[in-house]
Design a protein around this ligand. Structure first.
Ligand code: AMP
Length: 345
């Protein structure tokens, strides 16, 4: 049983219907973000109490230069809304607008151990990539992320597979807090309905689509039609299977996964049959995928541009989101301070 299928709630007095997730404004939103996270935000906003956050403070761990932050925050806000996130249904806010996160982060830091933080895969990867900037914020990233999640006492965290370890750490911190100070927080779990968590690999068949890595292997919503065509046509394939009903290599499976997102069932069935019969022509498949991808992505690009042109609307979204998120944070922090005995009068 995958961890997300386990019962997420032990104590019936704790909330069990709250959702929280975040996305860093470190670059343009891509298909991996959509497939791994945003698609679920859009579905969950009709079923749960949702808090979605632009993780601007997290971005400082790897992107300390703040010159482009304002524009990046606006773009990511607009891209999420264009993908279907509705700020009227979900609380959609910027991390830096919730000052109490810093306070909760501090308390949680006392419950997090240097050894476990140093073992985190994302920390080790980032420290390897940028040995000149192995800052304490990078080390304690999972602690800040836990503060973000539990600030709203969330139990459901829609994220991609890359976040699985962070969620496990969040549960450890929560268990320690609850054990020491009393049961305030539900244990947060990575969530993707009843499916496995998703990792959308790069089009080159390796790594994952990402905001900051290899541009050519990631499909960004900001890409124009020709760029999408070019990237899809360059996706890694081979000369085709030589045996009927062969096992698909990872990079072909990835292409079919992308097709499942945007192509009709008939198209997918046709190419699956072609694969199984060894008659598949990857050039044709990629042409079809590129056109279907454009049909899916271009309207979101257009909508993003329209939203970006209306700065007053974006400011309004941020203000309203900050107000709602702050109300929730104030309630949680009152419980936390009381539980910890920090209420002296
Ligand atoms: P980030 O872009 O790292 O701030 O991640 C924002 C959300 O998108 C998180 O829930 C990630 O798990 C998810 N995500 C990012 N890249 C991918 C990917 N290639 N496949 C699936 N989910 C992803």
């Amino acid at each position: 049983m995958s961890e997300q299928h386990k019962k997420v709630e032990k104590n019936p007095n704790l909330p069990s219907n709250i959702v929280m997730s975040g996305i860093r404004p470190t670059g343009m939103v891509h298909l991996g973000n959509y497939f791994g996270a945003i698609r679920n935000y859009v579905r969950m906003q009709d079923e749960f109490e949702c808090y979605f956050m632009i993780a601007d403070l997290h971005s400082l761990t790897t992107h300390p230069d703040t010159k482009t932050l304002k524009d990046n925050v606006r773009r990511v806000l607009a891209e999420n809304i264009a993908c279907g996130l509705d700020p009227e249904k979900a609380t959609f806010y910027c991390q830096s607008h919730i000052y109490e996160t810093g306070e909760l982060y501090l308390y949680l830091n006392m419950l997090a151990y240097k050894g476990e933080l140093e073992k985190t895969v994302t920390f080790k990867d980032k420290a390897r990539q940028h040995p000149e900037n192995v800052n304490a914020g990078l080390l304690t990233y999972p602690v800040l992320q836990t503060a973000d999640i539990i600030m709203h006492r969330a139990s459901h965290v829609p994220v991609g597979k890359d976040q699985e370890q962070h969620l496990e750490m969040a549960r450890n911190f929560v268990v320690r807090f609850n054990h020491r100070y009393g049961e305030i927080f539900p244990e947060p779990h990575a969530f993707n309905y009843n499916e496995q968590l998703i990792k959308v690999p790069g089009l080159d068949g390796s790594g994952k689509m990402s905001k900051s890595e290899n541009n050519m292997s990631t499909l960004y919503f900001a890409d124009d039609d020709d760029t999408i065509r070019k990237k899809v046509m360059k996706a890694k394939t081979d000369s085709g299977p030589t045996e009927k009903n062969a096992v698909m290599p990872d990079y072909i499976e990835n292409i079919f996964m992308l097709m499942k997102l945007v192509c009709s069932e008939d198209v997918i069935k046709k190419y699956e049959t072609d694969f199984n019969e060894c008659t598949i022509r990857y050039g044709d498949l990629k042409k079809q995928l590129a056109e279907d991808m454009i049909s899916f992505m271009a309207p979101i690009r257009q909508k993003t541009d329209d939203i970006l042109a209306n700065d007053a609307y974006l400011v309004e979204v941020m203000k309203k989101g900050a107000q709602k998120a702050n109300e929730s944070a104030a309630k949680t922090m009152k419980l936390v301070r009381e539980a910890m005995g920090l209420n002296y009068f």
